[in-house]
Design a protein around this ligand. Structure first.
Ligand SMILES: Cc1cc2nc3c(=O)[nH]c(=O)nc-3n(C[C@H](O)[C@H](O)[C@H](O)COP(=O)(O)OP(=O)(O)OC[C@H]3O[C@@H](n4cnc5c(N)ncnc54)[C@H](O)[C@@H]3O)c2cc1C
Length: 421
């Protein structure tokens, strides 16, 4: 066999591409991952590190658009849209607004994501037990803290909706919150604790997964940017990269926020926009939290690692713009300091930003691309890529190899937007 020829070539070496590669290699395929930069160094690198079924739901939630509108005018709010309207942004926003109107669909999609996430959390746990590489996996639970009665009521409604899907929870009063986590200050009306939620260090988690994939026989190519695609009669024949041409029987597009851009090379409509977020680390606190904390109204995520505290937040719909807006970074620090006893919130280290790959309906695209026999998509995981990666890999591998799928593939159909140009 030609050294640049494989059964399956996966474009994109983020957590999703690597998870798919692992599952396909386990089924006996020869698999290559073609990564433009370094494995796991894009959005999968510095995210909050949460493996939280409690928050596995589409961004387009009922009421979200109405709630988000006032935020658009506020430079420090958790949600922002770059004010440069294009046709693709207008279509995306329309799809987002329409998806957020249907509670039944939201519930169905949330269930599908929770099932993928519950499976994936167990898979991360299993990897942490057998991998030589530690990645800080722990199932310490997550405390979702509310400052307004309306937010708390909404939080309890969502918790009650998710409980039958396998997400147990416990409602806490403001006094119980402070007793449980003395680091929390300020005024809260209450909190919801999710005991089955887990956390990890995301950069190290992807490397552990990549190591597992390598051991299963996957070839990981770095500095291999896919530039062009050769197509023949409804099939992808090969891709041209900065390292040469790669041929495969089947191709998987798993390029995160760049999947829309790359989709054009395949003459495919992949309506994914990048939604930028930031994270940074703070030194360990005197009263270091014992579990993850979500400041629900401020949309700030806090993940206590052993030696540092990771803070993450904001969602800016910006396309592929990776510039840093320090005003928004400071807003995360200020927002967290308003609720937690942090001595010096400005002492941030390892400031990071990443682009969440977001579809209009907030659901990943996992399955065969419309109009192609041998092109598959595994992308569009918005805020849930780390927590659903192993399940995504499992579902895609089952679909590609004709095995009965472990999860309902319908909510994730990759051809739901596709129209071949
Ligand atoms: C602030 C923040 C916090 C988050 N917190 C969480 C969390 O706690 N839990 C969670 O589950 N999710 C979280 N997310 C979301 C999560 O990070 C993403 O869903 C996930 O990383 C997406 O993985 P991916 O593999 O699809 O994309 P990426 O990790 O971006 O990987 C895509 C890869 O494709 C490569 N690529 C692009 N173009 C090409 C090309 N032409 N040729 C070859 N390769 C190419 C890129 O270099 C990149 O490595 C968070 C995101 C942000 C921004």
């Amino acid at each position: 066999m030609d050294e640049n020829s494989f059964d399956i070539a996966i474009i994109g070496g983020g957590v999703i591409g690597v998870a798919c590669a692992l599952e396909l290699a386990r089924r006996g395929a020869s698999v290559a991952v073609l990564e433009r930069d370094r494995i796991g160094h894009a959005c999968s690198f510095g995210n909050a590190g949460w493996l939280t079924p409690s928050l596995a739901r589409p961004l387009a939630a009922p009421g979200q658009v109405r709630r988000a509108l006032p935020w658009l005018l506020d430079g420090e709010s958790p949600f922002y849209i770059k004010p440069r309207l294009s046709l693709s942004l207008a279509r995306w926003l329309l799809g987002f607004a329409l998806s957020g109107r249907d509670w039944d669909r939201f519930e169905r999609n949330t269930r599908a994501l929770v099932e993928l996430c519950n499976f994936s959390t167990d898979a991360w746990e299993e990897l942490s037990e057998r991998s030589d590489r530690s990645f800080g996996y722990a199932r310490r639970g997550m405390l979702s803290v509310y400052e307004s009665q309306a937010g708390f009521d909404e939080g309890r409604r969502l918790a009650a909706m998710c409980e039958p899907f396998g997400v147990p929870y416990e409602v806490l009063s403001a006094e119980q919150v402070r007793a449980r986590e003395p680091v929390i200050k300020g005024r809260q009306v209450g909190a919801i604790f999710y005991p089955r939620d887990a956390q990890c260090e995301p950069d190290r988690a992807v490397l552990a997964l990549a190591e597992d994939a390598r051991a299963a026989g996957v070839t990981l190519y770095e500095d291999a940017e896919v530039l062009d695609v050769q197509r023949r009669a409804g099939t992808v024949h090969s891709v041209q990269t900065t390292r040469g041409t790669y041929r495969a029987d089947q191709f998987v597009l798993a390029a995160g926020a760049w999947s829309g851009q790359l989709g054009r090379a395949f003459a495919l409509r992949v309506p994914i926009l990048g939604a930028k977020g930031y994270s940074f680390l703070l030194p360990k606190l005197d009263r270091h939290p014992g579990c993850s904390i979500f400041l629900a109204e401020r949309k700030i995520g806090i993940n206590p690692h052993d030696e540092v505290l990771r803070l993450a937040g904001t969602l800016e719909i910006v396309g592929l713009d990776l510039s840093v807006n320090m005003r928004r970074v400071r807003a995360i620090a200020k927002g967290a300091a308003g609720m937690l006893a942090i001595a010096d919130p400005a002492r941030q280290v390892r400031l990071w930003r990443g682009l969440r790959p977001c579809t209009p309906d907030g659901m990943p695209m996992i399955g065969r691309a419309g109009g192609y026999e041998n092109l598959w998509l595994a992308t569009g995981h918005q805020m849930t890529g780390l927590k659903t990666a192993p399940g995504t890999g499992r579902l895609l591998a089952e679909l590609m190899t004709g095995q009965p799928p472990s999860f309902d593939p319908e909510p994730f159909r990759a051809d739901r937007y596709a129209r071949r140009r």
